[in-house]
Design a protein around this ligand. Structure first.
Ligand code: GUN
Length: 278
């Protein structure tokens, strides 16, 4: 069966729009884009559109490619102190001359709707999460939609990035699954995958994961978004062969992708409610 990320994301947005319509002050999200990378520009535009759909206040801040580290940090400080803004997101990757880690650490952790600040990552690791990284949290929402109990399940996460693989593994551990993290140096990946009841892939290599590596009846969540030479978008998983063995599988596009932005809005709502309660 196919997990319909578009529908699940739309349901989340509809639910949030209903809540927000009753609020006195709107939840606010500021998105900073440095430079004019085409893919990043599309993501930032989509984030802005999603905010408007659910009735959030949104501020899109475009900065030139040659902005200095000090100027960027000053912009974040301004947003840290702006009461209309509940969430701050700096679109990654940043130009090479900027220190992304220092940028992330400068965001007020209570406004860190990406969940990348060390304080929020630390809370996730301690199983006391506050703002959780959007893509892994969105994957947990998709897994919940299958109705499958994760407790004690063998999960294999392929990829160990700070944005997806590592927080994904913590999410699954917090759900009391047994978690294996694989990466580019893992020996005999097919054999590791064959043990998995749940596979989450975030490697960025088109159609690398073959259906014959997947255990019969496994759940397959494909975080990869890769463009083929012919222009079409595909995941890390060879969908055609994997679909035949999986019990549940996410398509690309239309699986995890729409969930990342819907979850960003969820996080902004969580940050908003935390500020309103203060
Ligand atoms: N670039 C790719 N994914 C992400 C994300 O989740 N957040 C931000 N800020 N930048 C990204």
């Amino acid at each position: 069966m196919i997990i319909d990320g578009r529908k699940i994301a739309q349901d989340l947005r509809t639910d949030m729009a209903t809540q927000v319509a009753l609020f006195g002050r709107k939840p606010g999200l500021a998105v900073i884009l440095v430079g004019d990378d085409p893919a990043s520009s599309v993501y930032v535009r989509n984030k802005g559109n999603a905010c408007e759909e659910v009735g959030f206040y949104t501020e899109k801040i475009n900065k030139p490619n040659d902005i200095t580290q000090a100027e960027l940090l000053a912009e974040i400080e301004r947003l840290n102190n702006d009461d209309r803004v509940d969430g701050i997101l700096v679109q990654l990757p940043l130009p090479k001359h900027l220190d992304a880690n220092q940028v992330i650490e400068t965001i007020d952790p209570t406004k860190d709707v990406d969940g990348f600040h060390s304080e929020n990552i630390g809370k996730l690791m301690q199983n006391k999460p506050f703002l959780r990284p959007c893509t892994p949290k969105g994957v947990m929402t998709l897994l919940a939609a299958t109705g499958v109990d994760l407790v004690g399940k063998n999960c294999v996460v392929v990829g160990a990035s700070n944005i997806v693989g590592r927080p994904m593994a913590m999410e699954l551990l917090n759900a009391r699954a047994t978690v294996t993290i694989c990466h580019s140096k893992t020996q005999d990946l097919p054999n590791k995958l064959k043990q998995a009841d749940i596979v989450v892939t975030a490697v960025g290599i088109a159609q690398m994961i073959q259906g014959e590596w997947i255990k019969q009846g496994a759940i397959v969540i494909d975080v990869g978004i890769n463009r083929l030479d012919n222009g079409s978008l595909v995941g890390d998983v060879d969908f055609e062969s994997a679909e035949k063995v999986a019990s549940w599988i996410t398509p690309v596009p239309g699986g995890v992708g729409p969930m990342t932005i819907a979850t960003l809005l969820e996080n902004t709502l969580i940050a908003y409610k935390a500020r309103e309660e203060k």
